[in-house]
Design a protein around this ligand. Structure first.
Ligand SMILES: [Zn+2]
Length: 177
């Protein structure tokens, strides 16, 4: 990181993802299993929300995107738990010297309704990201007039803030005289 970027107190990140619904696949959104006849297709578990948040985190620290780090052509990631991708993105953000201030997200899908699952999704994201519930926004909309009824779309924005020196591992607190 250059001297110029090292002084950035805050960094914003944005991610977007979409997956098509497929019969006979389990549905996982935000790391939570949702009872539904169809799931989201894709090389990994197709978790559209975790992918969008992962890309937002990676983008915030100008890291390579999710498809570059975890190629859909790499057999290693076939059926992978997308929490692994999110953990790597979080590790990179922390290594760059940042912690998450908050995350906001919007899911766009015709079915199933997200409302009944939102609390479980938020709780799971809290665990994965080490955040409190009030740091995570989860919104859901139906795709009016978009013709994407057989897909799930997710948008995510994250705000990172510089880790305070006392909270950086391995760096002793500066003594004041
Ligand atoms: Zn994806």
């Amino acid at each position: 990181m250059t001297a110029k970027t090292a002084s950035l107190q805050m960094r914003i990140g944005y991610g977007w993802d979409s997956h098509e619904f497929k019969a006979g696949v389990p549905l996982k959104i935000g790391g939570v299993d949702i009872e539904y006849p169809k799931g989201l297709g894709g090389h990994s578990d197709g978790d559209v929300l975790l992918h969008a948040i992962t890309d937002a985190l990676l983008g915030a620290v100008a890291a390579p995107d999710i498809g570059t780090l975890f190629s859909p052509f790499d057999p290693q990631w076939k059926g992978a738990d997308s929490a692994v991708f999110l953990e790597e993105a979080l590790r990179r953000a922390r290594a760059a010297g940042y912690e998450i201030s908050n995350v906001d997200s919007t899911l766009i899908l015709a079915q199933p309704k997200i409302g009944p699952h939102a609390a479980r999704i938020r709780e799971n994201l809290c665990g994965l990201l080490g955040l409190a519930p009030e740091q995570i926004g989860i919104k859901a909309k139906t795709p009016e007039g978009m013709g994407t009824d057989n897909a799930a779309i997710a948008h995510a924005a994250v705000l990172l803030q510089k880790l305070r020196p006392s909270r950086q591992p391995g760096i002793p607190k500066k003594k004041t005289r």
